[in-house]
Design a protein around this ligand. Sequence first.
Ligand code: FE2
Ligand code: FE2
Length: 331
Amino acid sequence: MLVHFVTDEPAKIPAVRAMLEPRFHVVPQLLGGNDTAIGSSSVLMVDADLRKSVCVEQIRLVLQELSFFAEKLFVVRNHVRSMVAQAYALGATAVVSRPREIIVKLEQIEVAKKASQGDGVAGASPEITDSAAVSDAEYATSQIINSIVQNGLTVWLDDVRRYHEGTFQHCLLVTGVAVSFALDTGFAGPDVARLGLAATLHDIGKARIPISILDKPGRLDPAEEEMMRRHPVIGYELLKDISGISPESLDGVRHHHEYLDGSGYPDALKAPEISDLVRLLTISDIFAALIEARPYRPPMTRQDAYKILCGMDGKLENSLVKAFRNVALRA
Ligand SMILES: [Fe+2]
Ligand SMILES: [Fe+2]
């Protein structure tokens, strides 16, 4: 579930992210800063100094624009009575204080939303298990596409680095790279969206891989490697019965580790069986993984990462790797 977080202090944004992510996806908005487009599946959370009249006025204006939010959570430390009254006067539907209270309230809202959508999934895990979660992923993808169209890939990459390390950040990074690649290649809008969704979800199967393997600061042993290699099939199995995910996106989730020469996994596909969408996704995935910091190595420069792609002759499509140069090296 997306949490639209409005605050008067930039320093509160990483703190809220550390508290809520990856369980919830935080979309920050600074009072007095630029507005952010919002999807209907979000919850509004406001943490600002309600003693300052300028803050109260800014919140009032922001809430006018965001009036469609059904749930408006205000953070008031120690439940100071005058601040609580001010929060409700501004339109709060609930006032919370301590971190645990905030999380419990958000979980309650999420369960209620799912119940009202008819699927009744209580205590949902962060894994993608229903169509409501898919709409969140689609929304996240559309936000990434909009951001790249407006600001270019570099600005988006800087933004995404402010997220947590790990699979969630990696999936968003791959989405940004893949969407940028698809736009550069001249993909039609619906194909960009299909690729974007495949990229956002491509490693979702890692939600079932033990953290000790995902975060291992060294080489995986053969048994761990075997377990890790199951993530494309796990992801495919998690998503295959969910309406709203196209066969192309599912194909991307299952086959993003396949190589043209048949040396990939899980199905050891060869070139004719690997779609264009998957070929783009695989290149984007490898590039993103190389430019990320990992527990066992620092991030690689975009130039060095691109050189590695160029050296994967026979596994990746040469013409696509050449076309990717623009995306990889452009400022
Ligand atoms: Fe993967
Ligand atoms: Fe990946």
